[in-house]
Design a protein around this ligand. Sequence first.
Ligand code: ZN
Length: 421
Amino acid sequence: MKAFLTLVRNDFVYYIICMKYRRAEGFVEVGLKIFKYRLYPTPAQEKCLFNTLAVCRHFYNMCLEERKTAYQLAGRSVRKSDQEKMAVRYRQTFPQAKTVFSQTLQSVADDLDKAFKAFFRRVKTGENPGYPRFKGHNRFHSFTFKQFGVGAKLDGRRLKLFGIGRVGVRWHRPLEGTIKTVRLVHNAGHWHACFACEMPDKPALLTTGRAIGVDVGIASLITTSEGEKIEHPQFYRQGQKKLRVLQRAFSRKKKGSQNRRKALLRVQRQQEHVAHQRNDYLHKLSTELVQKYDAIALEDLRVNNMVRNKRLSKSILDSGWATFRQYLTYKAENAGREIVFVDPAYTSKCCSNCGTLFQDFNLSTRWVACACGLSLDRDHNAAINILNRGGWDTSVQRNVAPLPAPHGNGKRKRAVEAARL
Ligand SMILES: [Zn+2]
């Protein structure tokens, strides 16, 4: 069975989500690739899009209300299938819902169900749970056609949608695979269509016979075991300067005014721009690594724990460590490359030549020197340690089957241990 990853990002480039399809042999998990395109609706079509969004939001809040009340009054939980059936009655009751496709309303009930599942998962794992909330007009931005070809289909170069019409699309890249669903998203004043496509299996990349250890850091984004350093792009901090000016302008505008609405749009556009720049950079970097190396070793860092350190958090979030790791993992998976997450303990503190622990070592130590004669940049030393822990030494064993995706603690630990054997 093909392994997969769950990545959800609001960028122009693709990401992969997981979905379960009922097949003859039972449930099969299929990797889907998302292709996102800008839409150009006419004013009349845009009105219909906003109407659909409003109807979906109203239905979402109604379903949430039902679940909440049922539990409070009777201690009963409402099933997703019941709420999907309610969608039919809802369409008959509210005249403005007539132009909304019935499956779109059903997928709203599905979204709410996912929100509850995520909530209970967080309760179970002891995270800060956060009950699913009622959505105001500024908190609901998308709706789905969950069965492509029914209610939504391609008509020439246009996308034909039930109750909306033939909407113009900017096809900036070719669409691949078979379209399964389409989600319409409104963000920063623009509409986008996100097509989830089932991809045919691609042949694995040719082996290069090279393995590498990668150290992610504050001083530079990554340092490799070959001594190459890649600096932080710092888009966020540069963009922050402009963002600050825009946010100040926004806060001065009178509440509820047209000017405030326009100023908010400018703030959102700037945020979107920074996000696009960063994701583009990380995509290019991760693609390059996957193409050049057969095996990549990374530290198994807990980014969430590190972000709690206030002094470092901005740099960490800015550089997008977690995103970089996600991109690298799914690309390696698709290309048949091996990726291993190693124990991060003492990777910097330890000599990569003889294994001695350095004394008087802290964050400001940038250069390490050992009695055995090793004299190296701190991050370079750490990257070599990471490569060594990957368990390949100097020669890579290329016949090893690709490791399972590091999804959850148990699996990841097993993957690391398997690599060490
Ligand atoms: Zn040494």
